[in-house]
Design a protein around this ligand. Structure first.
Ligand code: GTP
Length: 604
């Protein structure tokens, strides 16, 4: 294909502003998907994506588009090839967004006409500007009765620095304005430039595991040509793979002989693991390959860790196989086996963020029919000991009890957008979470942008829910990793009869240790049934006890209920009690029902 007629663009937006709906409408209008075959959110292929209505993996589709001779936008008439790259919108997947952007020349910046600019609108716009993309501002959902087109078109124009007349108006739902948008994409998006005679270089912006075909790698060719006859080389590792197939997605895979400058398509090489075909890497040919990769390749590092345990210990092998399978399709998922005194055999898993964690857990439970219990998530700490050695802590139970010189915790730069009425409330919340205000700007008279540095451990848990409820749902949040800072952190252990229960250990700020200890000890007193003897529950930092509760002793005699000599009834009761015992975990001499662990962990 002649690069002069190619237009590569992506759609960026805050969550729920209508990206996937717009993508669907474009597929329909360009005739790639006919009306009958159109199902809602065609591009969101995973069930879980469709159910949650969010996009997790990026997708790329090629659409032919003919610009009519008399089009109002003044685009050059003719037939073009549009490559649309749908990007995920959530903060956890920022890395994927930024790689998708590198594959495009323009970004359609979509803003909900009833909501206005939100935190991820800004974050994505900055990423797109950083990638030097042409920005096409679009106000969507103008069909909504609550749309305020005038106000938000102006807000959007101010943000991108254009005239308010240049903001396009669409309804992805009804299709209004979408043709005009396609023409405008043709008119304003620069055609790709690259050297057709240079050694091939293609950027991987997505890679997906398919049960039948192995790993399908999505690429954007920058220079040269990738042919199905080539053997290809991954530039970050030097690994060489046989090429089995190249093609384009439109909207189902279509084989092609090769992919040239500016083209977007897929490769199949027969590798079985997405980690061998990583997003951000550069593909070249084995012979006469390129020397310089495209841009810096960044390895996605897990930011949040949690232990995952099967509720039924017999499911451990199933969980191991399931994690292995998920990892084939998720290069960012990390895991290693771990044993907990309280929970048995399981895995310590690393995730990009909380949403990534939730999705992974849900997929494990749903697709592999597992029942899981997860420990409270924690971030990664770097601890320097008195002797100068440094350790990385991904599990609170590995946190040293003494001889600590310094602890570094990860911090994020958070951007919060909110109606100005909530400035005080937000400041208060950020203060209790140890935040430092970096700056504040008014986007309009009644809308502010606040920037904070916050410890990641403080926002990883209930911060977002808190922010939403305190601002009646009006505030939006985006954050990015911003390095590490020293923190006054301690490990709080929970002890039953003097025995620490590893699953409940947590690393918290010194000032929050007391309330964490009191909360958990109180909860466990309610959850653990009385035993034959008295059971003290303690929360401690090292050897210093900071909270204490006691479960009083009872004499538990199930037979006491049976008067007379009904021997079968007695036997039944004894059997029932034995059955129950199987689901008990012993902590020292204390029997703890598994439900107590689940209940205590599910709400911390
Ligand atoms: P993520 O994939 O989670 O980032 O969301 P998204 O930006 O892809 O949003 P999506 O397309 O899923 O749309 C969110 C909701 O807005 C859905 O309920 C859509 O039906 C609705 N919606 C999208 N566009 C329009 C529109 O133009 N008008 C109206 N009334 N509703 C729309």
């Amino acid at each position: 294909t002649d690069p002069a007629i190619i237009r590569n663009f992506c759609i960026i937006a805050h969550i729920d502003h209508g990206k996937s709906t717009l993508a669907d409408r474009m597929l329909q209008i360009t005739g790639v998907v006919d009306e009958r075959a159109a199902r809602a959110q065609y591009l969101d292929r995973m069930d879980i994506e469709r159910e949650r209505g969010i996009t997790i993996k990026s997708q790329a589709v090629r659409m032919p588009w003919t610009v009519a001779a008399d089009n109002e936008q003044g685009a050059e008439p003719g037939t073009y090839v549009l490559n649309m790259i749908d990007t995920p919108g959530h903060v956890d997947f920022t890395y994927e967004v930024s790689r998708s952007l590198q594959a495009c020349e323009a970004a359609v910046l979509l803003v909900d006409a009833a909501q206005g600019i939100e935190a991820q609108t800004l974050a994505n716009l900055y990423l797109a500007m950083g990638a030097d993309l042409h920005i096409i501002p679009v106000l969507n959902k103008i069909d909504l009765p609550s749309a305020n087109v005038e106000k938000y078109a102006l807000e959007l124009a101010n943000l991108v620095g254009c005239e308010v007349e240049d903001v396009l108006l669409t309804s992805a739902k009804t299709g209004l304005g979408v043709e005009a948008l396609l023409n405008e994409i043709v008119r304003t998006t620069p055609a790709p430039v690259g050297d057709p005679d240079a050694p091939p270089r293609a950027l991987i912006f997505d890679s997906v595991y398919d049960t039948y075909r192995g790993v399908v790698t999505y690429v954007r060719v920058v220079d040269g040509k990738l042919s199905h006859r080539d053997r290809i080389k991954m530039m970050s590792t030097g690994a060489v793979h046989e090429m089995l197939e190249v093609g384009v997605i439109s909207p189902e895979p279509v084989k092609a002989g090769d992919l040239g400058v500016g083209e977007v398509g897929y490769l199949i090489t027969g590798v079985k693991d997405v980690r061998q075909s990583r997003v951000g890497d550069t593909v070249t040919s084995q012979h006469n390959g390129a020397d310089e990769p495209l841009g810096g390749y960044e390895h996605p590092n897990p930011m949040v860790y949690a232990g995952l345990y099967p509720i039924d210990g017999d499911d451990y092998p199933t969980l191991r196989d399931a994690l292995e399978k998920l990892q084939l399709n998720d290069a960012a998922l990390a895991y290693e086996p771990e044993t907990s005194g309280a929970l048995g055999f399981g895995f310590r898993c690393g995730f990009l963020g909380l949403l990534h964690m939730e999705i992974t857990r849900e997929r494990l439970e749903r697709e592999f029919n597992l029942e899981l219990i997860s420990t409270a998530p924690n971030v990664v700490y770097h601890v320097t000991l008195d002797d100068g050695s440094r350790i990385e802590v991904t599990n609170p139970s590995e946190y040293p009890d003494s001889k600590i010189r310094e602890v570094l915790e990860p911090v994020v730069t958070a951007t919060i957008l909110s109606p100005a009425d909530y400035i005080g409330t937000i400041m208060e919340l950020c203060q209790t979470k140890r935040g430092t205000l970096l700056g504040m700007d008014y986007l309009s008279e009644d809308r502010v942008e606040m920037r904070y540095t916050l410890p990641m451990g403080e926002i990883a848990f209930d911060f977002f829910d808190n922010l939403k409820s305190k601002t009646k749902g009006y505030a939006s949040l985006n954050y990015e990793f911003a390095g590490e800072q020293a923190g006054d952190l301690v490990k709080v252990d929970i002890l039953l009869q003097g025995e620490p229960v590893d699953a409940f250990s947590a690393i918290v700020h010194k000032d929050a240790a007391y309330s964490y200890g009191v909360m958990l000890a109180g909860k466990l007193r309610e959850l653990i049934p009385r035993q034959q003897f008295e059971v003290p529950i303690q929360a401690a930092i090292g050897s210093r006890v900071i909270a204490r509760e006691t479960i009083r002793a009872i004499r538990k005699d199930v037979l006491a209920k049976c008067y007379g000599g009904d021997i079968t009834r007695k036997r039944k009761l004894l059997e029932k009690q034995k059955e129950g015992k199987k689901r008990m975990k012993m902590v020292g001499r204390v029997e703890v029902p598994q439900e107590a662990f689940i209940a205590a962990l599910s709400t911390t």
